[in-house]
Design a protein around this ligand. Structure first.
Ligand SMILES: *Cc1c(COP(=O)(O)O)cnc(C)c1O
Length: 355
């Protein structure tokens, strides 16, 4: 069975060397040495000043909303994974959807201002598929209206924009290290902010508010991860450049093989160093998409409809229309893309789609 992605697993012996040490020290969680080592190495690799390793990308979003003390309405994108919206609702805020740009598929900054009300507290946008949002325009609007910015950067591991990490834009960026993501720790996530005081607050918040065993700094939750997860990350991180290179080669293969078809691809802005996190194609119609998907399924190949449905149509949000997102989400399919996908299989996938 070929899925949209396949988790990279390090040689078992490499993971075993970490397990041996964990067994020896008998220390599994509460910011052990491997969690600290992973955070340091991630900061260096991603070129960010502070990164907190947490237990998943959704708790990262929820802590971000809490730490910024957001209330009322949060302007967000309808084209993302459901966690972007659900975390807003979970934190008792109201998601206000602003439609996407048809080329980048990220939130359309030119539509943000008209969605701002006196209840708006923040903009929470996704760098969807790792494609940078129009961060400068968003920043300007946020400054004008004194709004906070959270970027759901779950897809943006390693992406650079204008000579620096994409994670350095906005007040907070959050990452997911779920097993299906480019860099993974099995389950896991990250919170990045340049603001030292905010980072401090987040540090307390993710650990029940503990300040030592008997004192508490405010209310917290358990967002900690474990040594077992950190060890996985330490095994995967040294391989990440190689994994990205493989995906780049495969993406370029898909590009060349599929160029005769009327498939559209989202545009990546200039001055971006991309991470090839996904390979989305936009079909002419939903009918064509379903035909291709069914044929692929018959051949035991399972692409995914990332992202469908458009999040403004979820039954637990107030009804709002986002025509571009609704339209694109019906027609977009992510093709299998992972480090050891054989070119012959990619060719087979292309042939099935062409038929
Ligand atoms: C995967 C993902 C999340 C959630 O991350 P988890 O680690 O699975 O909780 C949030 N937002 C986006 C855009 C994602 O793709």
């Amino acid at each position: 069975m070929i899925n949209v992605t396949k988790t990279y697993l390090p040689p078992l012996s490499e993971y075993q060397t970490y397990l041996d040490q964990i067994w020896q020290i008998t220390w599994l969680t509460n910011r052990g040495k491997f969690v600290l080592e992973l955070e340091q190495k991630l900061c260096r690799y991603l070129q960010v000043p502070n990164l907190l390793f947490v237990n998943n990308g959704t708790i990262a979003l929820q802590i971000a909303i809490k730490a910024l003390n957001l209330k009322g309405e949060i302007i967000t994108t309808p084209f993302s994974y459901v966690a972007t919206t659900s975390s807003i609702v979970w934190e008792n805020c109201k998601p206000v959807f602003v439609d996407i740009d048809p080329n980048s598929l990220c939130i359309n900054p030119d539509l943000i201002e008209e969605a701002i009300t006196n209840k708006t507290s923040a903009i929470m946008a996704t760098h969807v598929y790792g494609i940078p949002c129009e961060v400068e325009k968003i920043e300007k609007i946020a400054q004008k209206y004194q709004l906070k910015i959270i970027y759901d950067a779950a897809h943006s591991f390693g992406v650079q924009y204008k000579g620096q990490s994409l994670l350095n834009y906005g007040d907070i960026s959050t990452l997911s290290f779920h097993a299906t993501k480019l860099f993974h720790t099995g389950e896991g996530g990250g919170i990045v902010t340049k603001d030292k005081d905010l980072f401090h607050k987040i540090m307390y918040m993710h650990n029940f508010g503990h300040n030592g065993p008997e004192e508490f700094f405010g209310v917290g939750i358990n967002g900690k991860s474990s040594e077992l997860h950190a060890a996985m990350g330490l095994c995967v991180l040294p391989k990440i450049d190689e994994l990205i290179t493989k995906r780049k080669e495969l993406s370029e293969y898909y590009d060349s093989n599929l160029k005769s078809l009327d498939l559209r691809r989202p545009t990546i802005p200039t001055e971006t160093i991309y991470n090839y996190a996904y390979y989305p194609v936009i079909f002419e119609s939903e009918e064509y998409l379903l035909k291709a998907k069914n044929k692929l399924n018959e051949n035991n190949i399972f692409p995914r409809r990332y992202f469908y449905p458009s999040l403004n149509t979820l039954n637990y949000v107030e009804k709002q229309t986002c025509l571009v997102s609704e339209e694109i989400s019906k027609r977009v399919l992510c093709l299998p893309l992972f480090y050891d996908l054989e070119i012959s299989l990619a060719e087979n996938i292309c042939n099935i789609i062409k038929k």
